[in-house]
Write a protein that binds this ligand. Structure first.
Ligand code: ATP
Length: 361
């Protein structure tokens, strides 16, 4: 196996349908016409690798796609296209993600640890350490939905680092804690780095990024703007934010609108064609390049969109299910219900018909 990377993402995109409401989503599922729902491409083709033992920082302005990327790497959400290869004996946790609001802190600890593959005796042995590190007092016995964001972060971070993951994904977890907790987390991350673990660190704090990261990826409105040594990328990002702050309010708005429009107008087929051409140019003698690129784009993803065949099948199965339930409840045959659906609504009619039939006999 190629051990040169721990995480590889290649040509990764993420598309969202921008439904205005749940009912619009439902209507579009049943609609026979191809209703035009606006699309938004949160990621427009990201390729990068994280080496074993490396700490990679993800930076970028609000809404640039950092969390989308870290959630895809964590396996929390699927990519729309591309390869995501996370290697080795991995146990990945995105801080704060996956805490269940209705469960208490203690219950969440057990649940997340079980989901990471730990046994109950192993969890019992770790419990004091996890509770001690989180240091949230009696809130441990309260449902997580009553926690402040700082408390959620404390609990999430504490569980994450104690289940001993090989790869740790930290998404903005340190920005909400107080100074004491922040220092504890930084020390813990440093310990992880010393142990040679791989870390993906998402943060708006360039200071934290400078302290902790070996390399940095600058995600810019769905694209990878720059990937390189922390010093260089942070310098360029600071130049960009300085430039942006220097713009007038109107110019800022125009710039942001333009960027979002680009993300709505992104053409996945054109991108696939461009990748095919680039790879063909790099390997002029390679055959079947279009098919190979297509496989790389779609071979490892499960389509989130239902084709018409699947939709019709789902609707048919739904109807059969409802009919079966109704016939079971009413005691009539499926044929009866299909021919006289009103029998279900007016059971007395059924009784009358049955009596009539009996008396005729
Ligand atoms: N479920 C969703 N449906 C539609 N759009 C979404 C969804 N989730 C995220 N987005 C959009 O994708 C883009 C990227 O969001 P993401 O949260 O990844 O950005 P970010 O860089 O982590 O931002 P921040 O720094 O503010 O946390 C944003 O424009 C966001 O509005």
């Amino acid at each position: 196996m190629d051990n040169s990377y721990k995480i590889k993402v290649q040509n990764v995109t993420k598309e969202y349908d921008l439904y205005k409401s749940q009912s619009e989503k439902l209507r579009s599922f049943f609609s026979l016409s191809n209703t035009k729902v606006p699309h938004f491409w949160s990621l427009m083709g990201i390729s990068l690798e994280v080496k074993p033992g490396e700490t990679l920082g993800l930076i970028g302005v609000n809404g640039s796609g950092k969390s989308t990327l870290s959630n895809i790497i964590s396996g929390i959400i699927p990519q729309t296209t591309g390869i995501v290869d996370v290697r080795g004996d991995t146990s990945i946790i995105a801080i704060g993600a996956g805490l269940r609001g209705n469960l208490t802190g203690l219950e969440n600890i057990r649940l997340k640890a079980l989901m990471q593959g730990l046994t109950n005796p192993e969890i019992d042995a770790l419990m004091d350490d996890i509770v001690g590190f989180a240091d949230i007092g009696d809130f441990l016995y309260q449902p997580v939905k009553s926690y402040s964001s700082g408390m959620k972060s404390r609990l999430g971070f504490s569980i994450a680092v104690h289940v001993n993951p090989d790869i740790l994904i930290i998404d903005e977890a340190l920005s909400v804690g107080d100074d004491t907790f922040y220092q504890k987390c930084v020390d813990k991350i440093a310990e992880f780095k010393d142990e040679g673990k791989t870390i993906v660190f998402v943060s708006h704090s360039l200071k934290q990024i400078e302290i902790l990261c070996d390399r940095v990826a600058w995600i810019h409105y769905g694209t990878l703007k720059e990937l390189g040594a922390t010093k260089d990328v942070v310098k360029h990002y600071r130049e960009f934010t300085k430039w942006f702050k220097g713009q007038t309010k109107k110019e800022k708005k125009h710039f942001q609108r333009q960027m979002k429009e680009n993300q709505k107008a992104f053409d996945i087929d054109a991108y696939q064609k461009q990748v095919t051409e680039e790879r063909q140019a790099a390997e002029p003698n390679a055959t079947n390049m279009a098919a190979r690129v297509k496989k790389d784009f779609y071979g490892s993803v499960i389509s989130e969109k239902m084709g018409w065949g699947t939709r019709l099948l789902t609707i048919a199965v739904g109807i059969i299910f409802v009919l079966t339930c109704l016939t079971n409840i009413s005691g009539h045959s499926v044929g009866d219900v299909v021919q006289h659906p009103s029998n279900l609504v007016h059971p007395e009619t059924v009784l009358h018909d049955a009596n009539t039939t009996q008396s005729v006999k």
